[in-house]
Design a protein around this ligand. Structure first.
Ligand code: AMP
Ligand code: ZN
Length: 121
């Protein structure tokens, strides 16, 4: 999809801090984190939202999120993890993505994206 920011990231036309990649998905740092270690799991295929996602791709994303979520918590010493998918008016980027949000029992960002990337890359 020509005008999609996540498609451009996947094609390498826009820079991103990539943490994981396989044939179906990438995981990147969110550019505007709401908490330290806020990352996005994004399918390589342009699919607008969760209602259009094939079940096998959702299953793959769940598996990757489960594995990577544990790694994220271990590396950042977070006590919990929140997984979020926005839809409709709540979804700004119209290319499906799963937010992984480490939970530290505090709600502020304390580190820069670069500092967190150096810890978890
Ligand atoms: P939403 O569509 O509301 O679920 O959220 C879109 C998310 O994408 C927000 O958390 C943004 O900070 C993030 N985002 C937007 N542009 C970029 C980008 N170029 N690189 C990384 N994350 C991005
Ligand atoms: Zn796209």
């Amino acid at each position: 999809m020509d005008n999609c920011i996540f498609c451009k990231i996947i094609k390498g036309e826009i820079p991103s801090k990539k943490l994981y990649e396989d044939d179906k998905v990438v995981i990147i740092m969110d550019i505007n984190p709401v908490v330290d270690g806020h990352v996005l799991v994004i399918p390589k295929e342009h699919i607008v939202d969760y209602t259009e996602m094939p079940d096998d791709l959702l299953a793959h994303i769940s598996k990757i999120a489960k594995e990577y979520g544990k790694e994220l918590m271990r590396k950042l010493e977070s006590k919990g993890l929140t997984l979020t998918v926005n839809y409709g008016d709540a979804q700004v980027v119209k290319h499906y993505h799963l937010h992984l949000l480490p939970d530290y029992n505090i709600k502020e960002v304390e580190k820069t994206v670069e500092e967190v990337y150096e810890i978890i890359k």
